[in-house]
Design a protein around this ligand. Structure first.
Ligand code: NDP
Length: 300
């Protein structure tokens, strides 16, 4: 029987609506308007699209959006001075520096200059440590989106065998920490894992965050498993014309859908959840900054 398709687009719409309601309540009851500052250095076309989408969705949710676009040759000192101003600005509850940064800037140093409580990407070393030790933290947006969808689909994750393929700092590792936080039994697989198909076949929950088009085959999936495909890969489609492409995930969707119990598609799965979780993190940060109770269901 074909798997249930986990509709990330619909899920993200629901989360954004929930964020919008909380923003309205915060304004009405506490006079607080959550604010998100996004910093873009340079003219990378993909980054420009992301920043535009983030700004638009921030405003649509009723929040304040502060965009800072800096030239590609901006010096590190100037960028750090901007971060210091944003750290001190009470109207700014979340700060996101769009990655990648130009090569002459030390990205790690810049991320760690953001006040941890405003680090809505959850990449600051203090948030990484807090997540790993089970303390309240800002949680990276993409894995948070995966967790929220898993909880909504499965209810409890307790005791489930979870396999995360990929060990990057932005997806694989925080994803594994979140699954562990929900008491799943977690395996992290990577490029040196022996017999990856066999490891994947153990998984009740399989999260693919590799960046290799359709690498995970249908035969690697345990019947009935829940499959979360984080991968976003552009593959050429010469049959549709020269230079044309389409997006595919890390999972061979057509094969997997026949075996899995539930699966996220690409596009329309994890992708839309990432910005929705950024907005959710900004509301969480605004509540914490003002000593207000945090809304349920917006974070881990
Ligand atoms: P990275 O390149 O940083 O990490 C990829 C991971 O996959 C590494 O840990 C690597 O292992 C592992 N890997 C590579 N090849 C294999 C293999 N043959 N077998 C097993 N493991 C392998 O990627 P990211 O984590 O940043 O991103 C992963 C995917 O998710 C990409 O397609 C990216 O575009 C997408 N993505 C989607 C987002 C969204 O919003 N939906 C957000 C962020 C990313 P090793 O460490 O051993 O090299």
């Amino acid at each position: 029987m074909a798997a249930t398709i986990i509709d990330g687009k619909a899920f993200a719409e629901g989360l954004r609506a929930k964020v919008g309601e909380h923003v309205a309540t915060l304004k009405a009851k506490a006079g607080v308007v959550p604010g998100l500052a996004v910093v873009l250095v340079g003219e990378d076309p993909a980054s420009q699209v992301y920043v535009r989408n983030k700004g638009r969705q921030t405003v649509e949710a009723g929040m304040q959006s502060f965009e800072h676009r800096l030239d590609a040759d901006t010096g590190e000192a100037e960028l750090l001075a901007l971060i210091a101003r944003l750290n001190a600005d009470p109207a700014v509850h979340g700060i996101l520096v769009q990655l990648p940064l130009p090569g002459h800037i030390d990205a790690e140093g810049v991320i760690n200059a953001i006040a941890p409580e405003k680090d809505v990407d959850g990449f600051h070393i203090s948030n990484v440590g807090r997540l790993a030790t089970g303390q309240k933290s800002m949680v990276p947006c993409t894995p948070l989106g995966c967790l929220l969808m898993l909880r909504a689909h499965l209810g409890s994750l307790q005791g489930a065998e979870a396999v995360v393929v990929g060990r990057s700092n932005i997806v694989g590792k925080p994803m594994a920490q979140l699954l562990l936080g929900d008491s799943a039994t977690v395996t992290i697989a990577h490029s040196r894992t022996r017999d990856l198909p066999q490891v994947c076949r153990r998984a009740d929950i399989l999260v693919a965050a590799v960046g290799r088009p359709r690498m995970i085959e249908g035969g690697w999936i345990k019947p009935g498993a829940t499959v979360i495909d984080v991968g976003i890969n552009r593959v050429p489609t010469p049959e549709k014309g020269e230079g044309k492409h389409r997006l595919v995930g890390d999972v061979d969707f057509e094969a997997a859908v026949e075996v899995a119990g539930a699966i996220t598609p690409v596009p329309g799965g994890v992708g839309p959840m990432t910005i929705a979780c950024l907005l959710a993190n900004t509301v969480t940060a605004a509540c914490r900054a003002n000593g207000l109770p945090e809304p349920e269901g917006l974070t881990a």
